[in-house]
Design a binder for this molecule. Structure first.
Ligand code: SF4
Length: 423
């Protein structure tokens, strides 16, 4: 399995592998030992599509028997034109079609002992944390995004099914669940019958009873998000919100077809901080969106100064095939996008550095991710794996293992990371 793309794609890969392992297939660590290769592709940006096509080419030359799935699978012609030798192409979430393609390429050997589902799902992340996907698709129509077209409208998994998977993961030793979807705050709003106006609140409350870290990703800034924060104040879920604001100027947001306005977002942020002052806020932004003027960009920088987010990612706008934003007038020249990106990142770095240095001297709980001879790589509640920073411990590591929760006193801060010692 070659798994490309975002955590949502990773969850799809895990599901496919779990099903295949349940049928008795083994997973090969390299091309040479595999009877076939599944490439789970990403099709979000043109650069990701190019990377996916390259990965398919590599799998073909190294192994020769390749099944393609994932987001780029929604454009089968593009794949077969570039690589006519692929065995099959299936689209995102077409689990059954991928399994059929594998059955055809490598017929399963019947084995009554292996015909049961394994106790523990196959996980591509370290055992102590796991992604948990709660819905597919999205009902928004952001101008720069083709995900609703590729992944369809919002379809939420039933709460009992999500909870069953969460409980199994916790029983298997998972200490942190990363809740993902395209639009986490919209969870359940697609159900015809629902007990409450915002089923995400009920789900977060239920997940909060499991006694592990619960981290919410991709939370669209709806007003009811404010009601999630008391669960953070009560330590039921992590005081962490990953909210893609994308921009702050109302005109840019309008052109992006995102209803949230920058000023409103500042009010919400201040309300969240009123409930849980140390809430960690992560967000992503796009600079150089078509028509973005210097004044609009400056509004974004000023907004960032006020919002003082903890973690920030920034993308230079890129046309994506099929996106409505491609047809907007006044595309921003690449050198202007670059300049804005650097200015934005400089400000974000200064804010991050200042916020982290304020943590020096504090005691924090951390989850240990990795331990080698002279360094333990850990994360605080404010750090999601892979996208945020780390806290490093470089002394008295004996006895530490991945998955441990320990208390640390922070003794040094950098631009994005912290250092500390065990207490
Ligand atoms: S909310 Fe996210 S997934 Fe949905 S259209 Fe907007 S950017 Fe795309």
């Amino acid at each position: 399995m070659v798994s490309l793309g975002c955590p949502k794609a990773l969850v799809d890969s895990e599901r496919i592998l779990t099903r295949l392992r349940a049928e008795g297939y083994a997973i090969s660590p390299d091309y040479a030992g595999a009877d076939a290769v599944i490439v789970n592709t990403c099709g979000f940006l043109d650069s990701a599509k190019a990377e996916s096509l390259e990965a398919i080419g590599e799998a073909l030359s190294e192994n020769g028997r390749v099944i393609v799935t994932g987001c780029l699978g929604a454009e089968p012609d593009r794949i077969t034109e570039a690589h006519p030798a692929v065995l099959a192409v299936t689209g995102p979430h077409q689990y059954e079609a991928v399994l059929d393609a594998v059955h055809e390429a490598v017929p399963p050997k019947p084995d009554p002992f292996l015909d049961l589902l394994p106790e523990q799902a196959v996980s591509l992340t370290p055992r102590h944390y796991s992604y948990l996907k709660i819905s597919e698709g999205c009902n928004h129509k952001c101008g720069f995004c083709v995900i609703p077209r590729m992944r369809g409208r919002l379809a939420s998994r039933p709460t009992h099914e999500v909870m069953r998977e969460a409980e199994r993961l916790v029983e298997a030793g998972v200490k942190e669940l990363l809740i993902i979807s395209q639009d986490t705050s919209a969870y359940g709003t697609d159900w015809k019958k629902r007990g409450s106006k915002a089923p995400i609140l009920d789900l977060a409350r239920d997940l909060g009873t499991l006694g592990v870290w619960i981290r919410l990703h991709y939370v669209y800034p709806y007003p009811h998000v404010r009601e999630l924060v008391p669960l953070m104040a009560d330590e039921k879920i992590l005081p962490y919100l990953d909210i893609p604001f994308q921009h702050a100027h109302p005109d840019t947001l309008r052109r992006m077809a995102r209803p949230a306005a920058g000023a409103r977002a500042l009010e919400e942020i201040s309300a969240w901080r009123g409930i849980r002052p140390d809430i960690a806020l992560r967000s992503t932004f796009i600079v150089g969106y078509p028509g973005e003027t210097e004044e609009e960009f400056q509004t974004l920088l000023d907004w960032l100064d006020e919002a003082r987010l903890d973690r920030v990612g920034c993308f230079r706008y890129e046309d994506v095939e099929g996106a409505r934003s491609n047809h907007l007038p006044d595309h921003v020249p690449p050198e202007v996008k670059d300049d804005r990106w650097h200015r934005f990142m400089e400000k974000a770095r200064d804010i991050s550095e200042a916020k982290l240095s304020a943590k020096v001297g504090r005691r924090v709980e951390v989850l240990v991710d990795e331990v080698d001879q002279d360094l333990a790589t850990c994360r605080t509640m404010a750090d999601a794996p892979e996208i945020d920073g780390n806290l490093f411990i470089d002394e008295n590591l004996e006895g530490l293992s991945p998955g441990d929760l320990v208390t640390v006193e922070v003794d040094e801060a950098g631009e994005y990371d912290l250092w500390g010692r065990l207490v």
